[in-house]
Write a protein that binds this ligand. Sequence first.
Ligand code: MLT
Ligand code: MN
Ligand code: ZN
Length: 305
Amino acid sequence: MRIEVLGSSAGGGFPQWNCHCRMCQSVRDGTSRAEPRTQSSIAVSDDGDNWVVINASPDIRQQINASPRLARTEGTRGSSIRAVIVTDAQIDHTTGLLILREGLPLELYCTPEVAQELSTTYPILSMMQHWEGGYQTHTVDIESPDGWRIPAVPHLAFYPISLSSNAPPFSPYRNRPRPGDNIGLKIVDTRSGATLFYAPGLGAPEPSVLEAMKDADCVMMDGTLWTDDEMIRAGLGTSLGSEMGHLSVSGDDGMLALLSQFDNPRKVLIHINNTNPILDPDSPEHHAVRESGVEIAFDGMEIQI
Ligand code: MLT
Ligand code: MN
Ligand code: ZN
């Protein structure tokens, strides 16, 4: 299985257009060695020619243009993107569905809860029907132990794992999320058994998440914030990470401590907010992550398992 990181930052990207926090300012000014990052998305393939995009970020046009593999096609119009999966209805994971309009129709996989949100409070799917019929939406059942298959990548099996996080700010289910509002994905290459677990928005590690992490050759986990109160302390917001549905990286019960319980060959932090000091390769926080054997995703990162 091939994995490509299209966008490694959280909502807003890095630097965020209106943000003058220490990190954003340093990447804008070139006063740190931090690299700019686009918003949260990965792509997976079983042959390198046919790709499934997981989460469609507002930056998807730039991401496809930066990735010759995804842009490639035989005809005069087209790409190597055969399907899209969205793991929630958040703006940073779904706004790319608007940007992909020139390539419709396209297969889309998400939970019924996310499909409902994207047809009502943020009705992208209804709007997109005006472009060649829009998305062919397949709803996935988080209770099904069999997962699902996508015909264009026949050697990959997809298993949704319900995640404890939050519904988007615009959702009637904000602060009372339903099962299905947030999923992680376990993806298995049926030829080799190689397994990826991808969870860009994770508030609390429930037993099913620990189970999925245990067996994976590569885990790509929520790296949004270093500390829970990071946004508040920097004067940038009023919400804790935990209120937004993100487990912070540091701390006794944080993501690094969680990852230290497992010995996966690859452990990667992804969906990294622009305030998170791990984005600066010269920061002590960056070194602490790397010294614990955990990688920090960057745009264009390629992983093969
Ligand atoms: C989140 O991950 O909490 C959201 O995507 C934040 C946002 O983009 O508004
Ligand atoms: Mn997000
Ligand atoms: Zn910032």
